[in-house]
Structures are given as C-alpha cells and as structure tokens.
Design a protein around this ligand. Structure first.
Ligand code: ASP
Ligand code: ASP
Length: 354
C-alpha cells in the first residue's frame, strides 16, 4: 500500500487547538465547536468504514483534547448539557473509566450501567434497556457487549449516538484509534512501517480493528499466532475464498523470531481465555516459549522499535515483565492516549452535524 506523507505537523496543522480562554468565555458557542464542523458520522461502530481522512481527523482532534488534559484544571464545557451512558455487559477497567473520565472532562453527565446490578440481570433485553436509556434522555451510549454486532442493533434501535467500546471478538474501534495515535506520534508517518501483532488473533477485536486502521494508514501488518488462534480467513488456502468479511491483506506468520526481525512496532495480545470454548492450545509455558515478547526477541526488531499491549496484560505469558516496563514500552502511554482519543470521539459525534 502506498502511503501519502503524514507527519505530526500535518496532524497539528489540521486542527490547531483553539484559544481556550476566549472560547470558554463565549456563551453563544461551546468551545471546540469549530473542530466538529462538517463532521458527519453519527456513530462509531468500527474503523473499517472510516476513511483515512476520518481517522486522521479524529486523531488531530485528539491532539487538541490532549492540550486540555495538560491544563492545571483539565475541564472544558464542550459537552455541557449532554448525557452519556456507559452500558457495559462485559468486564472492563480501562475502557470504561477512560470513557467516563473523557465525558466528565468535557462537561457531560456520564452514567454507568453495567450488566450486573441493573435490570439486565433481571433478564431485560438489550433493546428494552436501550429504549429505557433513550427515554431518560441519553444523547449517546457507549456500549460493550459480548455479542459481535450488538452496537449495530443499538444504532438501529435508538436515536442517540452509539459508540462501540468492544463487541465480542469483532471490533474495538477506540482501541485501534488510540494505537494509531501512539504510532503516529512515534513515527510521524506509518507508510511502509512494519507492525507485528502477536497473540490470540482469532478472538481479538483489538487485532481486527487495528488491521483495518493501520493498513488504511499505510503500515505493513504481520500477524503471528499459533494456528488455532488464527481466523480461518487467514489460514492457508483462505485467499481463494472470497469472503465478504475478510480482512485486508496482512502477512501471516507462525514464527515470531522470524516475523519480528526489523519490525518498527510489536503489539502483544492476551489470550482471550473467556472466548476459547475448549479449543486445543499449547500450555502457557509452551506458548510463552514460542510467542512471548522477550527482551532477546525485541532486540531483533528495529533499533527504535516500540512495544505495545492493549491491556490487561498477563506479564510472564505473552510479554516478559522487563519488556512491559522497558523504555521501549508505550503501554502506559496507550492508556493516557485513550483518554484524549475518547474525548475526541465523543465530541465529534455529539457536536458534529449528523
Ligand atoms: N478489558 C480491559 C480492561 O478491562 C481493557 C478494556 O477495558 O478494554 O482493562
Ligand atoms: N482490552 C482489550 C479488549 O477489551 C483486550 C483484551 O481484553 O485482551 O478487547
């Protein structure tokens, strides 16, 4: 894939942060409104339907949001009067708290509803729950659900904006966007950059969304996994099958030691044990022997290579403890970037024109 040049300067230039003090004083217009003008996407369900420009627009807006986070009092009333529900049917620490804080920093009211302790536990259907949230005035619903596709049903059910915070093994668009944010900040341009994603590709919504966004940004993506942890569409012979859901071209490798040589970034993924349903896998020790990101393996990557992980990590299984906390690790930076990116997503969808 040929990548156009993209540097962090062009990211900055696309969306200069507005003079905050002045816009905050204006009663007529919420701060940042210019950033959302002509934004036309109503929902964020996945990254596969976003154009490269839309991805860059979200990331440049995140740059402006990152400046808010650097203020002594990180608050702006950009979404004052807006109500956001966090509807989480699966466990989450990072994503849920990141969306909650993102909404609050922008001045929105954020209400958490989880699968346990709500009427969901009493058997209420997703559609009924969504209708209830709409009836009490939800402007946006951030949802995580174990069923792939649930956010698409939600987008057809209520008028509010729907943001997919992870659906089954399908998509996790804000994770992919924050990963792209980190990589662009590091490299300026992803054209021709080699990114290796190693781990449970089959069950990983993070891998799937990242493959879409990173290839759209011009990166060369290689996935590495033992065969039982690869989707059927990526195993030998799959290329001939024209499958409507197949992913864009990525290299598939089973040998991490080969794949990692010269890589610019390596992303390790957790084995999604909650989605394994009795599949035959190597033991943790055997998996670690062949697929763990160790310091020796990372030393074979490019000299400036970075290490990423979406969390939660199983240190000592997919990633060695020293690698997770090394100077090449951007794992903590991923968590902080998540906040700015989620602020950008909430803001663009809610204040945009759709
Ligand atoms: N599942 C992870 C956690 O709970 C990250 C996420 O929320 O997406 O921390
Ligand atoms: N936090 C990511 C997710 O929710 C990855 C993981 O849970 O392993 O998909």
């Amino acid at each position: 894939m040929v990548a156009e040049s993209l540097d962090t300067q062009s990211l900055d230039a696309a969306a200069p942060a507005p003079p905050i003090a002045e816009s905050d004083r204006s009663p007529a217009r919420a701060p940042f409104d210019d950033l959302a003008s002509d934004w036309l996407l109503r929902h964020l369900l996945d990254v596969d339907t976003l154009s490269r420009d839309e991805i860059l627009r979200i990331l440049s807006t995140a740059n402006a949001m990152a400046e808010v986070l650097e203020r002594p009092v990180a608050r702006t009333p950009a979404l004052r009067g807006v109500t956001v529900f966090n509807l989480f049917y699966e466990a989450s620490t990072r994503t849920r708290s990141s969306f909650e804080l993102a909404g609050k920093i922008l001045g929105a009211d954020v209400i958490n509803v989880s699968g346990s302790g709500s009427s969901v536990e009493k058997g209420e259907s997703l559609v009924e729950t969504l209708n209830t949230l709409a009836a009490v005035g939800a402007d946006a619903v951030v949802m995580r659900h174990p069923a792939s596709g649930a956010p698409w049903l939600a987008a057809r059910t209520i008028d509010g904006h729907i943001i997919n915070a992870g659906d089954g093994q399908h998509a996790h668009p804000t994770q992919a966007l924050l990963d792209a944010y980190i990589l662009l900040r590091e490299f300026g341009d992803l054209g021709g950059r080699r990114i290796v994603i190693v781990g449970d590709i089959l069950h990983s919504r993070v891998a799937r969304s990242n493959i879409w966004s990173l290839t759209k940004l011009g990166a060369e993506v290689t996935v590495v996994a033992p065969r039982p942890l690869l989707p059927a569409s990526m195993t030998a012979g799959a290329a001939e099958k024209e499958h409507p859901l197949s992913l864009p071209n990525v290299r598939v490798e089973s040998d991490l030691d080969e794949a990692i040589v010269g890589a610019d970034a390596v992303m390790a993924l957790r084995i999604q044990s909650e989605r394994l349903s009795g599949k035959l896998l190597p033991s943790s020790a055997e998996y670690a022997r062949r697929y763990q990101l160790t310091a020796e393996r990372v030393a074979q990557a490019a000299p400036q290579a970075i290490v990423m992980h979406p969390g939660p990590m199983n240190e000592g299984v997919e990633i060695a403890v020293d690698v997770a906390h090394s100077s090449q690790s951007r794992i903590e930076a991923q968590v902080s970037a998540g906040l700015a990116v989620r602020m950008a997503v909430l803001f663009l969808l809610i204040r945009g024109g759709a």
